[in-house]
Design a protein around this ligand. Structure first.
Ligand SMILES: NC(=O)c1ccc[n+]([C@@H]2O[C@H](COP(=O)([O-])OP(=O)(O)OC[C@H]3O[C@@H](n4cnc5c(N)ncnc54)[C@H](OP(=O)(O)O)[C@@H]3O)[C@@H](O)[C@H]2O)c1
Length: 195
């Protein structure tokens, strides 16, 4: 079965964004979890999808221009993700969104469709976010692995990754790696059903 793998950049206090300037401690929104070679589909919540589409469309259409959100020219890794995302199916969990600019975007209306997607043949699926979609997919036992990059910051007020998670889930530490700028990469298997 294909694995569903969530990747998120968080502050040490578990925030995916602050109250005023988003996650301004994140210097680039590239896929920095080492997932690209093993995935052939992305999954996103309807809350984050419009901004995601706008951000990566901007880089796809004008790679030299400073990217919206970071305000900096896209990094080499962001350019790579812009290319990869343009040719990779994106599944969007939403009961309200009905149209997307990208022809490779497919709307899914319920968690059972995601369970069915995991049963299809293919490589693994990258759960890009956001916070509520990730929390509810973890609660539904559909997420197999969690890849976090923890930034050296206590963000204080903001949106917590696990704010809407309702159930307890055991984690199995698979890999820890110290990254540049005081960041830490953490890979956990999620022990579904036996936490
Ligand atoms: N730091 C990071 O690495 C990172 C990565 C990605 C995103 N983010 C942040 O995450 C934020 C977006 O997250 P979010 O929590 O607001 O929105 P979200 O998780 O992207 O989307 C939530 C939406 O998904 C739809 N949905 C349908 N069924 C659902 C279900 N069973 N469970 C949950 N959602 C369901 C609903 O949309 P409908 O109302 O249309 O049904 C719901 O409003 C952004 O602010 C972004 O900055 C951070």
């Amino acid at each position: 079965m294909r694995k569903l793998i969530a990747g998120m950049k968080i502050s040490v206090d578990g925030k995916v964004e602050g109250t005023e300037h988003g996650a301004d401690w994140v210097e680039a929104w590239s896929e920095d979890y080492g997932l690209t070679p093993q995935i052939d589909a992305c999954l996103l919540g309807g809350g984050m999808y419009p901004g995601y589409e706008q951000y990566w469309s901007g880089i796809q259409n004008d790679p030299a221009k400073p990217a919206w959100i970071t305000g900096n020219p896209p990094t080499p890794s962001e350019l790579e993700w812009a290319r990869f995302s343009a040719q990779t199916p994106h599944y969007v969990l939403s009961s309200t969104l009905t149209s997307a600019l990208w022809t490779n975007t497919i709307f899914v209306r319920g968690l059972e469709e995601i369970a069915a997607l995991k049963q299809q043949a293919g490589k693994d699926i990258y759960l890009v976010g956001g916070a509520r979609a990730t929390a509810s997919l973890i609660d539904a036992g559909l997420v197999d692995e969690l890849r976090l990059i923890a930034y050296p910051l206590i963000a204080g007020a903001g949106k917590a990754l696990f704010e809407t998670t309702e159930h307890r889930h055991g984690l199995e530490l698979r890999k820890v790696q110290q990254l540049e700028y005081g960041r830490v990469s953490l890979i956990y298997g999620i022990v579904n059903g036996a936490g």
